[in-house]
Every structure is written in structure tokens, then in C-alpha cells.
Design a binder for this molecule. Structure first.
Ligand code: HEM
Length: 332
């Protein structure tokens, strides 16, 4: 039986044992991920991880968003193998790439890993802890509870160019975004569904300032932006402001809910990549469907499935990769 996760206040408990709706290509490596991989080698590890995270989340309510994005950037970087955590003296690791410059939560994963090492030395991978942390982050912010597959092992190669090549651009339209997801064997639907991770967390002004000040290169504003929302954003993000952050979901910034799709539908999406979902008939239809509060069950089930799909990208299993005592070591 897959382990189940329950946070107090959680509205939903989804048990996702078999993922059938994915277009993911299964290969021998991905087939080896399984539920409760550590059942005998480190019993209770998922509870331990969750307990550690709960304390960290209580101290920093913005951390769940950081950890959700951390897992995404690791998986897209060159597989979910914790290579994003590795460091380079020469600035050549994934974490040195521009798209990773505002990624956060590295210390939290290291802190959890240290606790896990005390309980079960050299058994549990950093990559699995990242997948559990992303799952716990979603559930902590009142999103779905779902079981994660485990059995990933860690990579010891981290290349800046992988992050540059594989992470989707914030100004990508649906065609571009779909291509970036397809490159990871993720479907169009995975793209539309996983974009709703932007139901929590923040973006820095440079991630969307083109929409305010230079949309087509002629000093103009994105005409699709809701006027009041645009006015508010321009007041907060003056040209050249690189430090200020704005919530990705201005309505319910710390709650994982349908607010994201409501904002997209009402032209109050922060990133161009989010707004783009409304410009394509198929994704637009999904966005519209999700503006109905009764769609929340469908959304939560879809999100759980797509997170599991994402967690399978390029995983190392069996004898591939390694289990390290420390996640963030220098590799050059
Ligand atoms: C569809 C393509 C995507 C694009 C173009 C994109 C782009 C971005 C950008 C530009 C930011 C703000 C960075 C900053 O200014 O600091 C951001 C934040 C975030 N992204 Fe995405 N993202 C995408 C998909 C995803 C996915 C699939 C997930 C997770 C499953 C995710 C989770 C997050 C979270 C949680 C944040 C907030 C992080 C924080 O508060 O520190 N994103 N994303």
C-alpha cells in the first residue's frame, strides 16, 4: 500500500497508484520507481521528512513555493537527480545558470537530508527528498495530497547549459512551452496543469517587467493585462527594479487553489507564460473550466498525476547514480 499523506486541514487525499493518463514514454529506468521504496531500508522516512518540513514551513511560509519550484528546476535540468543542488567553484553548475538565480530552498533540503542521514545513513537520495518536499509543499498550502514514487538516485554531474537549454522561458507562448515540456516527455496537458504551480509563490520584477514597459520592443504595455492590475504592478515595479517580488497569484498568494486559473481567465496572470494559456483554444478551455469552483477535485487529481509524471523525468535508479551524505557538494 502506498504511503498516504495527511496534513491537518487537508481537504483531499488522493492515492495515485497508477498513472494512466500520461503520454510519458516508459523506459526501463523510470519503471523502477515505486511507492514506498524505503519501506524496509528506512521505514517512516516520509513521515520524518514531513515533520522536518512542517517546522521549516512554520518558520517561513514562503518556503513551500521555493521547494515546489526547486523540484521542477531539478527535473527539467537533466532529470530529477538533485544535480541542481551541486555546486561549482567555476560557476558551471546548473544552479549557476540565470534561470536558477532566484531558485530557493537549497538549505531546507540540506537540513532535512541531515535529519534523514541520522536515521538512515546513505540510504535515501536527495532527489527523493526533493520530490517528497514538493509534494509536502503542495499539501501544506492546501493543495492535493498524493503519494510520491521513490527510488531515485543522485547524479554527480551538474551542467549550467542543461538549465539554460531545458528551462522554459517566462515569455513563452503555448507552442514554445509545449515544446519545452515535450522535450521532457511531458504532455500538453501536463504543461497546462503544472503551470498552476504558480498558484503559490512570487516572481521578481524582471520576470514580467517587459509586459509593463516593453512588450513588443516599442516601450509599450501588454494590452491583454487587466488595467487595474497593470497599474498596481507598475507602481510596485519601476523600470530597473530587480529586487521587488510580486505574488504569482495575487488573489490567494499562499494557498494552492483555483485562484491561479481565475487570474489567468481575468487577465491578471503575472507571467506572460501564464497569460498565454488563455490564447490557445485548448488550454483556454481548461482555464475556463477551472474558473468553476466545482472543478477543484478535477484540478487536484490532474495536478497529482502531472507531478508524478514530472518526477519521472530522467531518473537514475538501480545502480545508476549514488546516495550522498550531503546534497550540495562541490563537483569542480
Ligand atoms: C510552464 C512553464 C514555466 C515557466 C515559464 C515558469 C517561470 C517561472 C518564473 C519566471 C518564476 C519567477 C522567478 C522569479 O522571478 O523569481 C517562477 C516561479 C515559480 N514557479 Fe514557475 N515556471 C513554469 C512552470 C513551473 C512548474 C512546472 C512549476 C512546478 C511544478 C513551477 C513552480 C514555480 C513556483 C512555485 C514559483 C514561485 C517560486 C518562489 O516563490 O520562490 N513553475 N516560474
Amino acid at each position: 500500500m502506498a504511503s498516504q499523506l495527511m496534513f491537518r486541514g487537508s481537504r483531499f487525499l488522493l492515492l495515485v497508484l497508477v498513472v494512466a493518463s500520461s503520454t510519458l514514454m516508459m523506459d526501463t529506468t523510470t519503471a523502477q520507481l515505486q511507492y514506498d521504496f524505503y519501506n524496509t531500508t528506512c521505514p517512516g522516512v516520509e513521515d520524518l521528512v514531513r515533520a522536518e518540513l512542517l517546522a521549516l514551513f512554520a518558520a517561513d511560509v514562503t518556503l513551500p513555493a521555493g521547494l515546489l519550484r526547486l523540484h521542477f528546476h531539478d527535473c527539467f535540468g537533466a532529470g530529477c537527480d538533485a544535480a541542481l543542488l551541486l555546486k561549482s567553484h567555476n560557476g558551471t553548475a546548473q544552479r549557476d545558470a540565470d534561470p536558477n538565480s532566484t531558485v530557493r530552498g537549497y538549505e531546507a533540503i540540506e537540513a532535512v537530508k541531515a535529519k534523514v542521514e541520522e536515521a538512515c545513513p546513505l540510504v535515501v537520495s536527495c532527489a527523493d527528498i526533493m520530490a517528497m518536499a514538493a509534494r509536502d509543499a503542495v499539501n501544506y498550502t492546501q493543495g492535493p495530497a498524493y503519494a510520491v514514487e521513490t527510488g531515485r538516485r543522485d547524479g554527480n554531474v551538474s551542467r549550467k547549459e542543461d538549465a539554460l537549454r531545458f528551462l522554459p522561458p517566462a515569455d513563452g507562448n503555448v507552442t514554445v512551452l509545449t515544446q519545452y515540456f515535450a522535450a521532457q516527455n511531458l504532455s500538453y496537458k501536463d504543461m497546462v496543469v503544472l503551470s498552476a504551480a504558480h498558484s503559490i509563490g512570487v516572481a521578481h520584477c524582471p520576470s514580467f517587467s517587459n509586459r509593463l514597459y516593453n512588450y513588443t520592443g516599442a516601450g509599450d504595455q501588454d494590452p491583454s493585462l487587466d488595467a487595474d492590475y497593470a497599474k498596481n504592478l507598475t507602481a510596485k515595479c519601476k523600470p530597473g527594479n530587480v529586487a521587488t517580488v510580486q505574488p504569482l497569484d495575487p488573489t490567494t498568494p499562499s494557498t494552492f487553489d483555483l485562484g491561479y486559473y481565475n487570474n489567468v481567465y481575468n487577465h491578471r496572470a503575472l507571467l506572460a507564460s501564464d497569460a498565454a494559456l488563455l490564447n490557445d483554444s485548448l488550454s483556454g478551455a481548461y482555464v475556463q473550466l477551472m474558473t468553476n469552483a466545482s472543478s477543484v477535485d478535477v484540478f487536484f487529481a490532474d495536478f497529482a498525476v502531472s507531478m508524478i509524471n514530472m518526477g519521472r523525468i530522467g531518473v537514475r535508479t538501480g545502480t545508476d547514480g549514488e546516495i550522498r551524505a550531503t546534497c550540495a557538494i562541490y563537483v569542480d
